[in-house]
Design a protein around this ligand. Structure first.
Ligand code: NAP
Length: 480
């Protein structure tokens, strides 16, 4: 049911995500006049703060994390903020929260930016205070569980209070402009769809590379590892968007129906189709950095790198590998999708000594948002010494093409959609569960086959076995 909420309740309001992303996104939306004038935002966490103290806290976060050129109307935004301290694990406090929220005649949007271990207790508290009744929807941050079983437990707990069409599971990659642009590229152009299949595509690569190491979320990461932190959610969502059939319309049900079909068609990964790694001391961007075990202060079997050769078992993708790799302490920060087309079936230029290379489409998601299609072109000249052909990039740099458009934080889009009730860019329960099923099987394979992470030097592209994983098929990872 469609409604625009006039109350936003933010759990985890003092956390890292709230400071870096949520408060800046909401402030930027407000400055652009995109929040209804009567939208009241109530933040909550355990920290014992008054509303005024929370506004000061929020101001500091905005000064730190909101780009200066978007830092307008801060006082107006701060005026929307209210704060009530609540320990989410006990029902006391939720009545106070309900009192502060007051009448939410138009609807209430709740955002849980807390550890998922708090979700169940939070739902009970909300129920106790009557905050699940009427027009209420709920947004959930990842990670939704650590495996299929725990994910089902969380989903069941939330489903006891909210129907699926009121549950908004966040995968912030879906809020990114280029990720949405992937759909425009595929389905708003005639050129690509006829060649978007096994007949014309040789393979697909998806890379999510980070230069950072453990950073602050030490315990979380060591329990999680690269497979669950990155592949289970973001990378599988990217894969689903690349591989899905055209939906009948750009709406939540149609898009998610097609994504889940892809996720269910993923073939269980074979023993030789995965490589895991853990970084050791090395250099990234010219600076010496310690190894994972040194940062952690103990030995660990957690993978900081994973490469997978995946297959989507359906007609469209028969025989087309999807190579995925992600890791920490890699040489550059980059998220990109590479669609490698096949060779032309016959070259008319061969007799003239000219070679051709297959076309390649590179979709850059971060740090640069751009789309590049490599085409063959003739090198200008009279060809007295033979005809020469060379790959030339056709570039769409989003910043140049849309120079007047504001580049928004992914959470701006997602928070607005949560307040207004558009689920298209949120993950449905069946998608999450299909993702976990595939990931759980990989983890089981690692345990059964006693596969432990191989070491790699910080600043390299992961263990050499990851390079071999692609090279066995005559494929090179892009940018190596
Ligand atoms: P965080 O910095 O540890 O913040 C946790 C928040 O929860 C704080 O506001 C904390 O405030 C509150 N909290 C903890 N225990 C509580 C309790 N018993 N009752 C009420 N509030 C409680 O975590 P975060 O980085 O913001 O992450 C929040 C969620 O988003 C996590 O699930 C995380 O995995 C996910 N996430 C984070 C990021 C990121 O970049 N940070 C990215 C993706 C997903 P008090 O201590 O004042 O209670």
């Amino acid at each position: 049911m469609s409604f625009t909420a006039d109350r936003l309740l933010l759990f985890g309001a003092t956390g890292d995500l709230a400071q870096r992303m949520l408060l800046p996104s909401l402030c930027a939306l407000d400055a652009d006049g995109l929040l209804a004038e009567d939208l009241k935002i109530v933040g909550t966490a355990r920290s014992d703060l008054s509303t005024q103290a929370y506004r000061n806290f929020a101001r500091e976060a905005l000064e730190k994390y909101l780009p200066e050129n978007r830092r307008t109307g801060v006082d107006h935004f701060l005026g929307r903020l209210h704060y009530v301290p609540v320990d989410a694990t006990t029902v006391e406090g939720y009545d106070e929260l309900a009192k502060e929220i007051g009448d939410y005649g138009n609807g209430l949007a709740i955002f849980l930016s807390t550890a998922p271990s708090l979700f169940e207790a939070t739902i009970s508290g909300l129920q106790h205070a009557g905050l699940t009744e009427g027009n209420v929807r709920i947004g959930l941050e990842k990670p939704l569980g650590t495996d299929l079983g725990s994910s089902c437990e969380i989903n069941d707990a939330v489903a006891r209070a909210f129907p699926e069409d009121r549950i908004f599971r966040i995968d912030h990659y879906l809020g990114k402009e280029t990720v949405q642009n992937l759909l425009a590229l595929r389905f708003a152009n005639l050129l690509f769809e006829p060649v978007w299949n096994a007949r014309y595509i040789d393979h697909v690569q998806i890379t999510v590379a980070e230069t950072v190491g453990l950073e602050s979320r030490v315990a979380y990461y060591d329990d999680s590892g690269a497979l669950r932190d990155m592949v289970q959610n973001h990378m599988l969502q990217l894969l689903a968007l690349v591989a899905m059939e055209p939906p009948t319309s750009f709406d939540a049900t149609a898009v998610r129906d097609e994504k889940v079909k892809v996720l269910r068609a993923l073939r269980p990964v074979g023993r030789d189709e995965t490589v895991t790694g853990q970084y050791r001391a090395g250099a990234v961007n010219g600076a010496a950095v310690p190894g994972y075990d040194e940062e952690l202060g103990k030995d660990s079997d957690t993978e900081t790198f994973v490469a997978i050769k995946a297959h989507v078992d359906n007609w469209r993708w028969k025989g087309v590998p999807f190579y995925m790799r992600t890791g920490k302490r890699l040489p550059e920060r980059v998220t990109e999708i590479v669609v490698q087309f096949r060779c032309i079936p016959h070259s008319i230029f061969e007799g003239r000594g000219a070679t051709t290379q297959p076309n390649r489409l590179v979709i850059g998601i971060q740090p640069e948002e751009n789309i590049q299609l490599t085409m063959m072109a003739k090198v200008p000249g009279l060809d007295r010494e033979g005809l020469r052909l060379r790959p030339v990039p056709l570039d769409i740099a989003m910043d140049d093409a849309f120079s007047g458009a504001v580049r928004r934080i992914a959470y701006e889009r997602l928070l607005l959609d949560l307040v207004e009730g558009d689920q298209t860019l949120f993950v449905r329960r069946d998608e999450v569960e299909a993702q976990w099923e595939w990931i759980d099987a990989i983890r089981k394979l690692w345990v059964d086959a006693d596969i432990k992470p191989k070491t790699y030097g910080a600043g390299s592209w992961g263990p050499s076995a990851a390079i071999a994983l692609a090279e066995r098929d005559g494929v090179s990872w892009h940018d190596e």
